[in-house]
Design a protein around this ligand. Structure first.
Ligand SMILES: Cc1cc2nc3c(=O)[nH]c(=O)nc-3n(C[C@H](O)[C@H](O)[C@H](O)COP(=O)(O)OP(=O)(O)OC[C@H]3O[C@@H](n4cnc5c(N)ncnc54)[C@H](O)[C@@H]3O)c2cc1C
Length: 464
């Protein structure tokens, strides 16, 4: 499709952030162009990140679930020569179908899609470089940078994509390794570490942090580490890497404080860097931050009033969900529209095994902000669905004000966490008291029923 000579809103990048921005601009009646350098939209989220890792996870979960639900009657040993690709046989189908669905959403909304690489030529102008090098200038009233990120490789980790891998190359492994060292303890590290551990690989996670996923409620991460350890994994916290090398047989990781870890493979998941190469943001009057990101304010505006940025290119939390929302909000602010839901009520979903999710305030944040808080925890072993689906290790935690009334936050761990957190999210958006959960009837047996049980507990303990 060729680009119109100018447009109201130009979105650079067709990942979740660009998608959210383009749909919002088009819905507001603006002439919207989305430029993407890949053949398909969806970004690294669909091609290399969220979708492939979740597809592998689904197989790992099916194995773990089968073992757990059969009560140990069936053993499902994995073949020694098992190929990783055979654990993701549906992947191409999943990616293709989802990319087509995303493209269809953009077309139906009236977004003009252009295949090409964008490069700034000024604050309101971009040059599109097509497949055969054809250059098309395009001017826009407002531009959203949503070019995403790629794995960061620190100099001490010699990623060779064969033995020492990053999150883009990990799924090109031919065979499941017997052992895997994972550097990092963020979302990508925790997800892959727990997925490979569930598949029977001996996994060692190494990170500077005392616990993984430092932005989550520590109760969730403590439970995650316990589950990871129970599945044969090892978490080495407060540890720094001295060196990493392939010695011809194994990957040798030496810790700065002494200690050596040997493994068949290593995954380096030590953060991401923004895709700014060749984008020429300097021509638009912008300079990357010291960490190579695009700096934005709370309204996703850059230092140039007609340019916003959203998604991984602006840094953490760097999730598909938050990126989509940032793209949406960037355009709302640029066009003077109401943004609706405040960003602090966007949930975080971590698809490790077990799954974790939270929205709103944690207990510690609620106490800091409001002086006091009440908390109710419902283990899934108190919920029929928890037992039926062999999910009894999880729990739901509700955080309210000090009177045990106004819902302030929800934290969940266990399979289904990222789905059932939405019940609490809607209650938070509506500003509801937890009495709503008592007065409401949930389907039975569901994990969502834990909201009612937790609310009943809070009501019973309310101060007089
Ligand atoms: C292994 C892994 C697992 C993950 N799992 C989850 C998960 O379970 N849940 C979750 O919410 N998030 C997850 N994420 C994070 C999520 O994938 C990212 O946060 C999300 O993709 C960021 O969206 P984005 O639009 O900012 O960038 P991207 O998805 O990277 O899209 C950016 C797009 O911009 C295009 N582009 C770049 N430069 C140019 C240019 N000059 N011109 C034109 N186009 C350009 C790129 O080709 C790309 O398509 C995961 C990430 C990884 C790596």
């Amino acid at each position: 499709m060729s680009a119109p000579a100018d447009c109201d809103v130009l979105v650079i990048g067709g990942g979740p952030a660009g998608h959210g921005a383009a749909l919002t601009a088009a819905a507001a009646g603006r002439r919207t162009v989305l430029v993407e350098r890949d053949h398909s939209v969806g970004g690294s989220c669909v091609a290399r990140g969220t979708i492939p890792s979740k597809t592998l996870r689904e197989t790992a979960l099916a194995l773990v679930g089968f073992r757990k639900r059969s009560g140990g009657i069936f053993e499902v040993p994995l073949r020694e020569d098992l190929q990783v690709a055979s654990l993701m046989v549906r992947l191409d189908q999943v990616i293709g179908a989802y990319q087509a669905a995303l493209a269809d959403q953009l077309t139906r909304a009236g977004v003009t899609r252009v295949h090409g690489r964008a490069r700034f030529t000024g604050p309101g102008s971009v040059e599109l470089v097509g497949v055969r090098g054809a250059r098309t200038p395009i001017a826009a009233g407002h531009i959203v940078i949503a070019t995403g990120s790629r794995p960061r490789t620190p100099p001490e980790v010699p990623v060779d994509h064969t033995h020492i891998l990053d999150s883009d190359s990990i799924l090109s492994l031919t065979y499941l390794p017997r052992s895997l060292t994972v550097l990092g303890a963020g979302v990508i590290a925790s997800e892959y570490a727990s997925i490979f551990a569930a598949l029977g690989v001996q996994v060692t996670m190494i990170d500077k942090g005392e616990r993984p996923l430092g932005f989550l409620d520590p109760e969730l991460t403590d439970r995650f580490v316990a589950a990871f350890t129970a599945s044969g994994g090892r978490y080495l916290g407060t540890s720094s890497i001295g060196s990493v090398a392939w010695d011809g047989e194994q990957v040798v990781t030496t810790l700065a404080g002494g200690g050596v870890i040997r493994s068949d493979k290593l995954l380096c998941a030590l953060g991401r860097i923004a895709n700014l190469d060749g984008l020429g943001i300097e021509a638009a009057g912008l300079t990357p931050t010291a960490r190579g990101l695009v700096a934005v304010d709370a309204r996703m505006r850059t230092a140039v009033p007609t340019i916003s940025a959203a998604g991984d290119v602006v840094g953490p939390p760097a999730l598909a969900s938050t990126s989509l929302d940032q793209g949406r909000r960037a355009v709302c602010h640029a066009l003077g529209m109401d943004t609706g839901v405040p960003p602090e009520l966007i949930p975080l979903g971590i698809y490790a095994i077990p799954e974790m999710s939270q929205v709103g305030l944690t207990e510690a944040e609620a106490i800091t902000r409001h002086g006091s808080a009440m908390v109710a925890r419902v283990p899934f072993h108190d919920i029929a669905r928890g037992w039926i689906s062999a999910n009894q290790d999880g729990f739901l935690k509700l955080v309210t004000d000090g009177r045990g009334r106004r819902l302030l936050g929800v934290q969940v761990i266990g399979e289904g966490a990222a789905e059932i957190v939405s019940v609490g999210q809607m209650a938070l958006i509506g500003g509801h008291d937890i009495d709503l959960f008592v007065a409401n009837t949930f389907n039975f047996p569901t994990l969502a029923e834990a909201y009612r049980v937790a609310a009943l507990d809070l009501v019973a303990r309310r101060p007089a």
